[in-house]
Design a protein around this ligand. Structure first.
Ligand code: SR1
Ligand code: MG
Length: 422
C-alpha cells in the first residue's frame, strides 16, 4: 500500500486509541498536531493538548523513502526499529541524556516520545553564539557510558556478539559509507559544491594521496570495527540543549561500529561551528574570537572528560569483576600502558572520523546550516576552505597529533593563517 502521511485528525485519533499515550495527552479532540520535521529522513510531529500545553509529545514516523529526496530514494522503514532499540538501550545507560520512548509501533514505523519543549537544537544554539555551561560534562558522560557499556570491555563476548548481530543496520550504514567516506572524494553527481569554492580545494580531495589513503582507512575502520553500539549520526542537529540539560536524539543510524565515529562527529561539528563563527559572530555584531575559544574549549573538554570517565568505568569494572581484558597476572603498569595505548588509538580514530565528517558537510549532498546560511559566496567559500584544510590535517596527521590540545592549536593556526591571506 502506498505510504500516506497522517493527517492531523488521523494522528490524534490514532494516539487517542493508545491508553498510555491518551493518559499523557488527554482527549483526541483537544490535540493540536504540527508537522515540524526538518531532518533528512523522517516525519516529526509535535502533538499538544491545546487546553494544557504542558501535555505534549513528539511523534516520529519513518516513510519508506528518504525525506530529503522523496520517493525517488526508497528506504526501508526498519530504521525506526533501530532507532527505538537504540533509544531504549542508551536510555537505560544514560537516562538523563536520552528522551523517553512512550510507545513504539513496528507496523506503522512510528514512535511516541518525550517532548523536549524547553530545549533547542544545539546547532542552532551554536549559530546563535549561546554558551551552554554543562555541555561538555553532559556529552562526555553520554559518550563514556554508551560507548563503554556496549563494548567487549564490559559485555561478555557472547552477549556482545549477539548485540552486534541485532544492530546490523546495513541500509543506513551504506548511506554513511557512500556520503561520508566515498562520494566526497570523487566527482559524484550527488555532491553539492558552493559556487565560489576554489577548484584547487576540490582537486586536493581527489588527488592528495595521503588524504585519500587516510579516508580509505577510516572507511575500512567504519565498516569493519564492531566495537560498540554507536549513535551513528551524532552531529549537533542530533543534540538538544538548554542551560541545565542535554539530550541526544535521533539514533536511527545506530549500529556496532568504531567508538571514534561518535566522538568524531561531535568534534567535527564543533569545528564547523568554530570556522563558521567568523561569519555568524560578525553578523551578530560580536567579535567571533571569544566564542570560538569557547567552542575549542568544549572540544578539548569533551575529549578529556570522556577519556577520564571511560577509563574510570573500565578500571572500576575490572576491579569489581576481578577480570582484565588483557588477561590476568599483568602488572598494573602494563594494564595502564594498554589503556593508554587504547585511548591514543581512539583519539586517532576520532580525529580521522572528524575529518571525513567535516569534508562531507562541505562537498557532499547533506549540508549544515552554519555553512549554508552564509549568503556571501566569497565569505562562505573562505570558511569552507578552512574547514577542508582542518579536515585534511586531522585525517593525515591523526596518528601524530599529540593530544586533543593540538587540535585547538591546529584550528587556531588555520583560522589565523587564512585570515592574514584573505
Ligand atoms: C541521505 S541522508 C543524509 C544525512 O542525513 C543524516 O543526518 C545522516 O548524516 C545522513 O548522512
Ligand atoms: Mg538524524
Amino acid at each position: 500500500m502506498e505510504f500516506e502521511a497522517f493527517t492531523a485528525s488521523e494522528l490524534a485519533a490514532y494516539l487517542g486509541a493508545i491508553p498510555e499515550v491518551r493518559a499523557l495527552l488527554g482527549e483526541p479532540d483537544d490535540l493540536d498536531v504540527a508537522e515540524v520535521g526538518d531532518g533528512n529522513l523522517n516525519y516529526v510531529y509535535f502533538v499538544t493538548n491545546a487546553k494544557a500545553p504542558e501535555r505534549s509529545v513528539v511523534v516520529k514516523q519513518a516513510p519508506p523513502f528518504l525525506r530529503l529526496v522523496g520517493k525517488a530514494w526508497p528506504l526501508s522503514c526498519q530504521r525506526m526499529e533501530h532507532e527505538v532499540a537504540a533509544l531504549r538501550r542508551f536510555g537505560a545507560l544514560c537516562p538523563q541524556h536520552v528522551p523517553k520512548v512512550y510507545h513504539a509501533d513496528g507496523g506503522r514505523f512510528l514512535m511516541v516520545m518525550q517532548r523536549l519543549a524547553s530545549h533547542c537544537i544545539l546547532r542552532q544554539g551554536l549559530m546563535n553564539g549561546v554558551v551552554y555551561p554543562k555541555l561538555a560534562a553532559h556529552l562526555s558522560t553520554y559518550l563514556a557510558h554508551t560507548l563503554f557499556y556496549g563494548s567487549d570491555l564490559f559485555l561478555a563476548p557472547d552477549i556482545k556478539k549477539q548485540a552486534v548481530g541485532a544492530a546490523v543496520n546495513a541500509e543506513l550504514c551504506k548511506i554513511t559509507e557512500d556520503l561520508v567516506f566515498t562520494f566526497p572524494f570523487e566527482d559524484h553527481a550527488s555532491n553539492v559544491y558552493s559556487a565560489a569554492l576554489p577548484a584547487s580545494a576540490l582537486e586536493r580531495l581527489r588527488t592528495n594521496e595521503a588524504l585519500r589513503i587516510a579516508a580509505g582507512d577510516m572507511k575500512w575502520t567504519f565498516m569493519n570495527r564492531a566495537e560498540t553500539l554507536l549513535h551513528g549520526d551524532l552531529h549537533t542537529g542530533s543534540i538538544m540543549v538548554n542551560d541545565d540539560e542535554t539530550f541526544v536524539i535521533d539514533p536511527e543510524f545506530a549500529f556496532y561500529g568504531p567508538m571514534g565515529f561518535d566522538i568524531g562527529a561531535v568534534l567535527a561539528n564543533l569545528l564547523l561551528a568554530y570556522f563558521s563563527r567568523d561569519w555568524h559572530g560578525r553578523v551578530d555584531g560580536r567579535d567571533p574570537a571569544a566564542y570560538q575559544e569557547w567552542l575549542l574549549a568544549q572540544a578539548t573538554d569533551i575529549w578529556n572528560r570522556f577519556s577520564a570517565q571511560f577509563l574510570a568505568l573500565w578500571r572500576d569494572h575490572e576491579s569489581r569483576s576481578e577480570r582484565r581484558f588483557i588477561g590476568g597476572q599483568a602488572e598494573t603498569r602494563v594494564v595502564e600502558s594498554y589503556r593508554a595505548h587504547f585511548m591514543r588509538r581512539l583519539l586517532a580514530d576520532t580525529l580521522g572520523f572528524a575529518g571525513c565528517k567535516m569534508i562531507r558537510r562541505i562537498v557532499g549532498m547533506a549540508k549544515v546550516a552554519e555553512i549554508t546560511r552564509i549568503p556571501d559566496a566569497q565569505a562562505r567559500a573562505r570558511i569552507e576552505v578552512r574547514c577542508l584544510r582542518c579536515a585534511e590535517a586531522l585525517l593525515v596527521e591523526r596518528n601524530t597529533l599529540d593530544g586533543i590540545e593540538h587540535v585547538a592549536v591546529l584550528a587556531r593556526d588555520i583560522q589565523r593563517e587564512t585570515l592574514t591571506h584573505a
